[in-house]
Design a protein around this ligand. Structure first.
Ligand code: HSE
Length: 319
């Protein structure tokens, strides 16, 4: 890392995110207030991209610049801006745990793309940076999905309204709500998201399509009206993705039942899992987290939980 050199260096951070929000597979995601990845980046002319990784999960992340999400996303910005001959030096401090379902590669991709755009003097518009960040996701799991990188870049809740051309609609952060995330310690392979995508059905019955559309409508209208009950009803109704992925999550339906009966507005899988989340009234998160943890303990499954807010802020320069 060139922190001691005279080159300009920028330090940015990007948040963890919850993708899908139940029925919105690949098209909606929410930024969380914590944890965040930090990327320090500078540009050189020595023809070699280099990345260093620090933090609790540094061993789990590839240092190969061709595979590292932050570098791949940053390089996509360089190429798109016509500056592909420059090389990247990056240092990543991982705050978002990899393979947990909290958008770890999305946070690194967003921070990687944004940091390079800042270093170049912001030549790319927001949606162009988003497309570059999606390349980081492609490097991480083989699919350039946008529902983690978009909220990691823009904060709040982001709906991806079109892929080609990429278009987003951003909602302000939802207030007066807590989000409890519980992560069971389960055996996860390196290609977790890739596998969690491969197991999904290629075709869906018409009646499932109808229910899923209805659920997603409830989620969006709930968001627009600031109605957490309607939003939660939408979140809790995923008849296509959840039934398949829930099989990989111990006690999923027991946790869901318990969360809803305890007064949570909605409950679903966070991204590709194995984390799950509940949207709930303020001051409920801590107690619900403990209860859900005890359900997993009863099954001999260790877990951790955390209580969050929806962050209004996405990626940002930090000092
Ligand atoms: N929409 C993606 C999926 C998010 O569910 O596979 C992955 O974090």
């Amino acid at each position: 890392m060139a922190s001691s050199s005279s080159k300009l260096m920028v330090k940015v951070s990007a948040p963890a995110t919850i993708a899908n929000l139940g029925p919105g597979y690949d098209v909606i995601g929410m930024a969380l207030d914590k944890p965040r990845d930090i990327v320090m980046a500078s540009l050189e002319r020595d023809g070699r991209d280099i990345v260093e990784i620090e933090g609790l999960w540094s061993q789990d992340i590839s240092c190969d610049p061709k595979k590292n999400s932050a570098v791949v996303a940053g390089r996509a910005v360089l190429e798109r801006a016509g500056m592909g001959s420059l090389s990247l030096k990056m240092k990543i401090i991982k705050g978002v745990p990899p393979r947990s379902g909290l958008g770890s590669s999305g946070a690194s991709s967003a921070a990687g793309a944004y940091s390079v755009n800042v270093l170049l003097g912001m030549p790319l518009k927001g949606e162009e940076v988003l497309q570059c960040a999606m390349e980081g996701e492609r490097a991480a799991c083989g699919s350039p999905h946008a529902d983690n990188v978009a909220p990691a870049l823009f904060g709040g809740v982001v709906f991806i309204s079109s892929f080609n051309p990429i278009r987003i609609i951003r909602f302000e952060a939802i207030k007066d709500l807590e989000i409890v995330v519980i992560t069971p310690e389960v055996e996860i392979g390196e290609e977790k998201t890739k596998i969690a995508r491969q197991i999904l059905p290629r075709e869906v019955p018409l009646q499932d399509m109808v229910r899923q559309t209805q659920a997603f409508g409830n989620l969006l209208v709930g968001l627009m009206r600031g109605d957490p009950i309607l939003m939660g009803k939408g979140i809790s109704t995923d008849v296509i993705i959840e039934p398949v992925r829930a099989k990989l999550i111990p006690k999923f339906y027991e946790m869901k039942k318990c969360a809803i009966e305890s007064g949570a507005y909605g409950f679903s899988i966070s991204g590709a899992g194995p984390s799950v989340f509940a949207l709930c009234p303020t001051n409920m998160g801590e107690g619900l987290g403990k209860t859900l943890k005890s359900i997993l303990e009863g099954e001999g499954v260790r877990s951790s939980y955390s209580v969050h807010r929806n962050a209004g802020e996405g990626v940002k320069v930090v000092s």
